[in-house]
Design a protein around this ligand. Structure first.
Ligand code: XBP
Ligand code: MG
Length: 253
């Protein structure tokens, strides 16, 4: 049986529900600060989430919803500036502690560390955003718990392309079958599966109706001893929360 050696986490929607009340709000702040009358509603953001990556998402929005917009400068520079302002609003929101970690995340990270399971992150979001979230909820040393934090533009092709997971596996020097990816979305699942990784999905309001064919297990959240998960797809045996033991079973399937 293959032995579990590492857990590889997505960030947005997986470690915390960052999209609706974090990223979306920060984009809107940045638009207003730039004098733009664009506003992304909770519902509209569901469609915009089809495109991973903040800069890519702004470009997609312009193409689809503001086709006549004339940028005041080179479009790439304009988007990069707007996105930098969004990142600073977002990290501010995170530092205010408004976005908690999802159930089971802290417990699983601590348990994995105590059992010598290696940790990594593979995300589309900007590195500063990841560091802000980890430090806020897990302490100043938490970014060092992860051997690899593959974030943002580290690879040019964002999820659902497998590149960010392939990059992470190469940095860990591990085969995919020795790792479990933990994701929240169809795009994330596609990315991880194309890299050959067994993948567990923990859904949220934006993703619960996605197609999760190919996932090792789909859960309502990672669960806690006093807050058991609901199994949406797959077989968790008699487990009520994701721990190293269940993760080991999933990679050994
Ligand atoms: C996350 C994303 C990110 C954030 C924005 O996808 O799509 O783009 O919405 O982050 P995943 P940036 O969870 O699959 O990694 O604005 O920093 O790009
Ligand atoms: Mg995600």
């Amino acid at each position: 049986m293959v032995q579990l050696q590492a857990l590889i986490f997505d960030v947005d929607g997986t470690l915390a529900e960052t999209e609706r009340d974090g990223h979306r709000v920060a984009f809107n702040h940045a638009f207003a600060a730039a004098g733009l009358d664009w506003h992304w509603t909770v519902e509209q953001y569901r469609d915009l989430l089809e495109v991973a990556g903040g800069k890519e998402r702004i470009r997609f929005y312009l193409d689809r919803h503001q086709p006549h917009f004339e940028p005041p400068q080179d479009l790439n520079d304009f988007i990069a500036k707007l996105h930098a302002a969004k990142t600073s609003h977002y990290t501010q929101l995170i530092s205010e502690g408004l976005i908690p970690l999802r159930p089971g995340v802290k417990r699983l990270l601590q348990e994995a560390r105590s059992q010598g399971i290696r940790l990594a992150i593979a995300t589309t979001t900007t590195l500063e955003n990841v560091v802000a979230l980890l430090e806020k909820h897990l302490g100043p040393d938490a970014p060092n718990w992860f051997e690899v934090i593959a974030a943002g533009d580290v690879v040019p092709a964002k999820k659902p392309a497998p590149d960010v997971y392939l990059y992470t596996l190469q940095a860990l020097a591990l085969p995919p079958k020795a790792c479990l990816a933990i994701e929240d979305s169809h795009q994330g699942l596609q990315s991880a599966r194309q890299a050959g990784l067994p993948t567990l999905v923990s859904v949220n309001d934006y993703t619960r109706h996605h197609d999760f064919a190919g996932a090792a297990l789909v859960l309502s959240h990672l669960g806690e001893p006093d807050l058991p998960f609901d199994v949406i797809q797959g077989n968790a045996g008699d487990a009520m929360y994701l721990d190293v033991n269940l993760a080991e079973k999933l990679v050994g399937q």
